[in-house]
Design a protein around this ligand. Structure first.
Ligand SMILES: [Zn+2]
Length: 176
């Protein structure tokens, strides 16, 4: 197995000579295809050439220093080399996607709100005003009625929550 002689360096690992030392400061990763070490979760694997794309990206992220401790990475690498196929639960993959900030379009056909649009509406509604959703709804109501409705309801729901939080605060203040 070639290790590529990458920039990963550090104190020699104690014991197990399976993998080279993993320096946690570099946010290293292991290739979830072959168990080889990589400098980062999304870079090509020097050992097998595997490049994580699509659904493999969040999985690759989970097998990196972003998610696992160095010791856990070593353990995972050994198990993958031994033939185990990684299959993280969908909730974990979703958490990885969120953490990566690489939110894929939910509906490329443009019928529904993309994740990015939804996040924009949520953030806009929280930071600015629920009018953001109403504005989006107004702009999209003919071309993208479904997305427009989603934006509207998201905004209204957040507006409702904000109002509820405000009322709760007022009541709490009144009672104290
Ligand atoms: Zn590999």
């Amino acid at each position: 197995m070639t290790n590529g002689g990458g920039p990963i360096s550090g104190a020699p690992a104690t014991g197990s000579g399976v993998a080279g030392p993993i320096n946690a400061g570099l946010r290293p990763a292991i290739c979830h295809n072959c168990g080889g070490e990589k400098a980062g979760p999304l870079v090509p694997c020097k050992a097998c050439g595997f490049v994580p794309t699509g659904e493999d990206r969040p999985i690759a992220w989970l097998f990196s220093g972003h998610h696992l401790e160095a010791a856990e990475l070593m353990e995972a690498a050994e198990r993958i080399r031994a033939g185990e196929r990684p299959d993280p639960p969908s909730a974990l993959r979703q958490a990885a996607r969120t953490a990566m900030g690489a939110l894929p379009l939910l509906d490329p056909s443009g019928k529904g709100l993309s994740r990015r649009d939804l996040v924009g509406v949520v953030v806009g509604s929280l930071l600015l005003t629920p009018l953001v959703g109403i504005a989006v709804w107004f702009g999209w109501r003919e071309d993208r009625p479904k997305a427009a409705a989603q934006a509207l309801w998201t905004s209204l729901a957040i507006g409702g929550l904000v109002a509820l939080a405000w009322v709760t605060e007022q009541v709490a203040e009144y009672l104290s």
